[in-house]
Design a binder for this molecule. Structure first.
Ligand SMILES: *[C@@H]1O[C@H](CO)[C@@H](O)[C@H](O)[C@H]1NC(C)=O
Ligand SMILES: *[C@@H]1O[C@H](CO)[C@@H](O)[C@H](O)[C@H]1NC(C)=O
Ligand SMILES: *[C@@H]1O[C@H](CO)[C@@H](O)[C@H](O)[C@H]1NC(C)=O
Ligand SMILES: *[C@@H]1O[C@H](CO)[C@@H](O)[C@H](O)[C@H]1NC(C)=O
Ligand SMILES: *[C@@H]1O[C@H](CO)[C@@H](O)[C@H](O)[C@H]1NC(C)=O
Ligand SMILES: *[C@@H]1O[C@H](CO)[C@@H](O)[C@H](O)[C@H]1NC(C)=O
Ligand SMILES: *[C@@H]1O[C@H](CO)[C@@H](O)[C@H](O)[C@H]1NC(C)=O
Length: 811
């Protein structure tokens, strides 16, 4: 969503010229429309308010859409039926202009809340913004860090805290109610610049993150989906949006940019990887919006593909909400992709017909009316879009108010509780990668002086990454560490790019004197960002030299702390015995320094796990970022992607992370067999086996053919014992390994994870209930989702505990 930003810079100036420029472009414009922006100043902030209507010279009773005793479907229809064609067109852009003569105010659909309320987005007084009234909002860790906690309740709790701050800001006239977050694209390639915004490389983890965060943002207690009779009327705290649909994960790599990139993907990868998190977000999260991406997929712009939008999201997955374009996707379609040599009206018609309800941009508002009068699209397509949009606003209380949230105000923003939650998230997301000789945690008794060096030692903004707002405050690493002991700070490098070595010597001097040395290095938005992919996986500039030189002279143990989203090839540090500890802190949010210090000095026992494979730098020389397949391509020599398909060596694998204590697992019960009895309408399906292996007589069955009841469950418990000398948390990860020798199968797939806190010497039983249909689906190359017969395996964590499950398919 950066394309729009250049436009934003002058958009406030542009506003006053909009109307004249519309004339210039020959757009039907009804001069009787005046735009209402009164809600900003309205105490109740609701449309259907008698006194508000009276001020407009209207009687609210004349407007059925404001009659609370009628169902939304009647009210929404009434509202839409009152509008002229050009009035309708003016409501389907991110800035919806409202219709004064019927009491409908302006609304800005675009706000962001990826990891806290952000001021990225449309710069008008209806979107989210900060000023002297609301100077900042809690800035949680970036998503990649929070993902590393593998704690589903935490993901949801953050969504709840963010939506509380959002409601408070809305009440204060400082935010909208619709937030275009989270970003749930899978990190298919380690070079992707937007890894920081996402929950990592595993579609299952990404989908779980999405559904939890969305529920945290959206759900109103007591009206969650399980209680709702009509999901189209279920109340919403705020509306979330899963983006960017789909196969979007190239931003700008060696000149290939997202506006021109055509992602060539197989149906197998679509189903198994690219669509999976979106399906979970819609079905499990009941999200109210999905955003389509800029890129083309197999030649078709994502926002113009009726199969992907109307067919999948609205049809197969039954979205209760609206589909929005990235900003400004229609312009991209027209001017970058030159899709079908369209006119603006053609492009708008294609979007509407594909099921794209809302245009982030001004193509719909400017051209949708013409597209209808030129016969390119039915007016009823616009009605359908408006229906989807107004249902969401009804559910948000935009028309009737939300008494439950109206009391929220300044006290809820940057509350102590939320800042504490941000700290907890950072602590839980930090991953301990190396702890030679158990040097960590340090103690302030032994470490009287601590040298803290490196370009991130005094990090502030870097800790909140992108899509951040203005944080309540920052606790930098040096600040956090100085709460434990005396700190001697030397930058070592002027900035992350570290273009010269002039500051290395002072850092070495500090390390020579101190009892211990912390080197805080890594990446920032100058290296990995929206519209900026990486070219290599090593540390930038002279950072490696800084680390080696400081380590070589340091008096005490050296601990390396890395701030980054994507993996960094730190093999040199892993092998260096002077460097006793390596900690990955992601981009840990506004309280990052406190969390890092708590881990270093043992105030918190780390339990985070890597949500991404840390590849060796040589990986990126083996395949271009633009090659989309997840599976290895043997004839081109391309290795597989992600832990599911890459079998080579890594710096640190997906799921890796140490603790200051040790855990052991034992399997306390397991169901060993799954029987599938086929009736005469169900048939065996073929699966590709590698040559020379014996294929079972009934290799597989189509999952859609099965009744997926409890009889196809695989149930087991893992007992986790803390055998070390510190309390701590562990993430129990369950991988499914498909039967051997199936040609197209992933090496393994995470199918369950649970985080548990276990005290010293204690045991905790963790129960898992998996289902063969839901968790053991194998997508073959023809994109059938199959259950394979034969010996499946379940592997817990790094593999010390595993057990087989036989799937038997018979008539
Ligand atoms: C609102 O709708 C109800 C149900 O149809 C109707 O009885 C009532 O008169 C309506 N109220 C107004 C103010 O029109
Ligand atoms: C997971 O997060 C929840 C919610 O913040 C927290 O209460 C719980 O302690 C966390 N679980 C573990 C094992 O750390
Ligand atoms: C750390 O950074 C902050 C903000 O950029 C700055 O004000 C402060 O002086 C820095 N601290 C040190 C010790 O350099
Ligand atoms: C080296 O980097 C420092 C800090 O960024 C900068 O102040 C200095 O001008 C640079 N020196 C040279 C020779 O580029
Ligand atoms: C790893 O995958 C590559 C690419 O498919 C393959 O050629 C190689 O034999 C595999 N190696 C192992 C050890 O399985
Ligand atoms: C699967 O087997 C079919 C038929 O032998 C073959 O054409 C196809 O290439 C195989 N696909 C894979 C992914 O091995
Ligand atoms: C944990 O286990 C490792 C490897 O067996 C051992 O080296 C280490 O001392 C143990 N740590 C604790 C805290 O028990």
């Amino acid at each position: 969503m950066a394309k729009f930003i250049s436009f934003l810079l002058f958009s406030t100036i542009l506003c006053s010229f909009l109307i004249s420029s519309m004339y210039a472009r020959n757009i039907p414009y009804n001069s009787s429309i005046t735009y209402l922006n009164d809600l900003t100043y309205n105490q109740t902030r609701r449309v259907c308010d008698k006194s508000r209507f009276a001020k407009l010279g209207l009687d609210m009773n004349d407007f059925t859409y404001c009659n609370k005793s009628l169902p939304y479907v009647v009210r929404v229809k009434d509202l839409i039926d009152r509008m002229t064609l050009s009035e309708k067109a003016r409501q389907i852009g991110d800035t919806a202009y409202g219709v004064a003569r019927i009491g409908l105010p302006k609304y800005e659909w675009w706000s962001e809340a990826l990891h806290g309320i952000s001021n990225v987005g449309q710069s008008n007084s209806l979107a989210s913004f900060f000023d002297h009234i609301v100077p900042g909002a809690t800035s949680f860790p970036t998503v990649i860090t929070t993902a590393a906690s593998f704690n589903e309740s935490l993901w949801k709790a953050i969504g709840q805290a963010v939506s509380t701050e959002a409601r408070a800001m809305f009440n204060l006239g400082h935010a909208g109610l619709t937030f275009w977050s989270p970003n749930i694209n899978v990190v298919r390639d380690p070079r992707w610049g937007r890894a920081l915004e996402t929950p990592g490389e595993d579609p299952f983890v990404v989908g779980k993150y999405a559904s939890n965060y969305v529920r945290g943002l959206q759900d109103v207690e007591g009206t969650e989906t399980k209680y709702a009779t009509d999901l189209n009327s279920r109340p919403l705290k705020v509306a979330a949006c899963c983006k960017h649909y789909a196969a979007y994960d190239v931003d700008n790599w060696l000149g290939v940019d997202r506006y021109h990139f055509d992602a060539r993907v197989t149906e197998q990868d679509m189903m198994e990887t690219f669509l999976k998190p979106f399906e979970m977000c819609v079905k499990e999260g009941d999200v109210t919006s999905v955003m389509c991406s800029y890129n083309k997929i197999n030649g078709i712009p994502a926002c113009a593909d009726p199969k992907l939008l109307k067919g999948k999201i609205r049809g197969d997955w039954d979205l209760h909400g609206y589909i929005v374009s990235d900003c400004d996707s229609i312009d991209v379609m027209l001017n970058d992709q030159k899709w079908l040599r369209d006119s603006p009206e053609d492009a708008v018609a294609q979007g509407l017909k594909a099921g794209l309800d809302l245009d982030c941009g001004s193509y719909y508002t400017n051209y949708a009316g013409n597209a209808v009068t030129q016969g390119k699209v039915k007016e009823s397509e616009i009605d359908e879009s408006l229906t989807n949009l107004y249902f969401v606003l009804m559910r948000l209380g935009f028309f009737d108010g939300s008494p439950k949230f109206e009391k929220l105000g300044k006290e809820q923003i940057c509350s102590e509780e939320n800042i504490e939650l941000a700290t907890q998230a950072a602590r839980e997301g930090i991953v301990l990668l190396k702890n030679e000789d158990q040097v960590l945690p340090l103690t302030s008794k032994k470490v009287k002086t601590l040298a803290v060096v490196g370009p991130h030692a005094n990090a502030t903004k870097a800790m909140v990454g992108n899509y951040a707002g203005i944080p309540c405050k920052f606790i930098t690493p040096i600040h956090g560490l100085s709460l434990y002991t005396k700190v001697d700070y030397q930058a070592g490098c002027g900035e992350v790019l570290c273009k010269n070595e002039s500051l290395i010597f002072p850092a070495m001097r500090a390390a020579k004197k101190a009892d211990a040395t912390i080197i805080v290095v890594g990446l920032d938005l100058d290296v990995e960002a929206e519209s900026l992919d990486r070219e290599k996986l090593t540390l930038p500039g002279y950072q490696t030299q800084l680390i080696n030189q400081v380590a070589s002279v340091s008096k005490g143990p050296v601990i390396l702390v890395i701030l980054s989203a994507g993996g960094v090839d730190v093999t040199f540090a892993k092998k260096n015995h002077k460097i006793k500890g390596i900690i990955w802190a992601g981009y840990p949010g506004e309280e990052g320094g406190r969390a890092i210090a708590d881990v270093v000095f043992g105030g918190h026992n780390p339990g985070g796990k890597l949500p991404l494979t840390w590849f060796e730098n040589s990986y990126v020389d083996m395949l271009p970022m633009t090659s989309m397949p997840l599976r290895p391509i043997d004839n081109l020599g391309y290795p597989g992607r992600t832990y599911k398909f890459y079998n080579g060596s890594t710096v640190y694998p997906f799921g890796y992370g140490l603790s200051y204590t040790n855990f052991t697992y034992s399997l306390s019960s397991a169901h060993q067999q799954v029987h599938v009895k086929l009736n005469k309408f169900q048939h065996c399906r073929d699966l590709n086996y590698t040559a020379g292996t014996h294929m079972p007589s009934c290799p597989a069955v189509l999952i859609d053919d099965l009744e997926c009841g409890d009889d196809l469950n695989v149930e087991f418990s893992i007992e986790v014992e803390n055998i070390g000398n510190r309390d701590g948390s562990d993430v129990v990860m369950v991988y499914w390994v498909p039967p051997e020798d199936i040609a197209e199968a992933p090496l393994k797939q995470l199918v369950g994870f649970k985080k548990v806190f276990v005290k010293i010497g204690e045991k905790k039983k963790v129960d898992f209930v998996l289902n063969a249909c839901k968790n053991l689906g194998l997508v073959n190359y023809r994109a059938y989702n199959l259950l394979a017969s034969g010996g499946h395996n379940f592997v817990i964590g790094d593999g010390k505990v595993s057990f087989p499950v036989q799937v038997k398919i018979h008539h």
